[in-house]
Design a protein around this ligand. Structure first.
Ligand code: CP
Ligand code: NVA
Length: 302
């Protein structure tokens, strides 16, 4: 049984293979070549948090693959009233062929995989966002032709995005730096993982130092879903961590800017930088569709 729970579970080679499939599926979609690789399969999509890109790209992706997407709002399910995830996993395994889940705790996603008998795909947890990073890596390859040897710098909170970018970037041959305020570093588990990559990884508290010679600058909101109450304190802590044109002047020429979106202009990124890199950022959003179709096929095709 294959699951897509976190990038830590996949080798660089496996990630690249999925990216190659994503490129092929994008080509087929753009050229009207039918690719109903999941004909007759049903994907349940459980959302405990809001979503625009993840929901629409999974739903459309499943349709394009000849399958059927079933949107399941956690608020309307018994899981939202306390039915154990173990039972939900066993019941849904009798009806459908795969589950995509967006929730808070990574443990919940892992529990679904442990107790169900169908593939589980992580559509974002507080720990990681692997589907987003597949689209990010796909976009970087489209613009730069390769991942190997590039330097990617994440500026912001050591959150789910930072975690998946560190793992996905390092595994596919990139150097990765993180610039975050003190107290907002990625968790120990991720820093331990990164340690093995020696000087290909760097943790900084100064954005200017971290972005030196970067080929890709990445940022994300300062307050993630579920942290709305802390937004004001976070805004104070993250002062000086805005991706603006001055910060971009320290990067390599032709440095890309990526953002998983939604963006808060004037906080983690200026409107000027976002608009200057809108092509990359909205290609990145589109690539959620193509990259996830590759993940769906890899996990769910017989
Ligand atoms: N980037 C991303 O996951 O967007 P949504 O929250 O809209 O799904
Ligand atoms: N870190 C953000 C990512 C949104 C796609 C969040 O978890 O809200």
């Amino acid at each position: 049984m294959k699951h897509f729970l976190k990038l830590l579970d996949y080798s660089g080679k496996e990630i690249i293979e999925m990216l190659n499939l994503a490129d092929q599926l994008k080509y087929e979609q753009k050229h009207g070549i039918e690719h109903k690789l999941l004909a007759g399969k049903t994907l349940g999509m459980i959302f405990q948090k809001a979503s625009t890109r993840t929901r629409v790209s999974f739903e459309v992706g499943m349709y394009q693959l000849g399958g059927y997407p079933l949107f399941l709002s956690a608020n309307d399910m018994q899981i939202g009233r306390g039915e154990p995830v173990e039972d939900t996993a066993r019941v849904l395994s009798r009806f459908i062929d795969g589950i995509m889940i967006r929730t808070f705790e990574q443990a919940e996603v892992e529990a679904l995989a442990e107790h169900g008998t169908i593939p589980i795909i992580n559509g974002l947890t507080d720990f990681c966002h692997p589907c987003q990073v597949m689209a990010d890596l796909m976009t970087i390859r489209e613009y730069k032709g390769t991942l190997e040897g590039l330097k990617m710098c994440f500026v912001g909170d050591g959150n789910n995005m930072a975690n998946s970018l560190i793992v996905g970037g390092l595994k596919t041959g990139m150097s990765v730096t993180i610039a975050c305020p003190e107290g907002y570093e990625p968790p120990k588990e991720i820093l331990e993982f990164a340690k093995a990559y020696g000087d290909k990884f760097g943790l900084y508290h100064s954005p200017k130092e971290a972005v030196q010679n970067a080929d890709v600058v990445y940022t994300d909101v300062w307050a993630s879903m579920g942290q709305e109450q802390e937004a004001k304190d976070r805004a104070k802590a993250f002062k000086g961590f805005c991706v603006d044109s001055e910060l971009m002047s320290y990067t390599n020429k032709d440095c890309m800017v990526l953002h998983c979106l939604p963006a808060h202009r004037g906080e983690e990124i200026t409107a000027e930088v976002l608009e200057a890199h809108a092509n990359e950022i909205f290609d990145e959003a589109e690539n959620r569709l193509h990259a996830q179709k590759a993940v769906l096929v890899t996990m769910m095709k017989d």
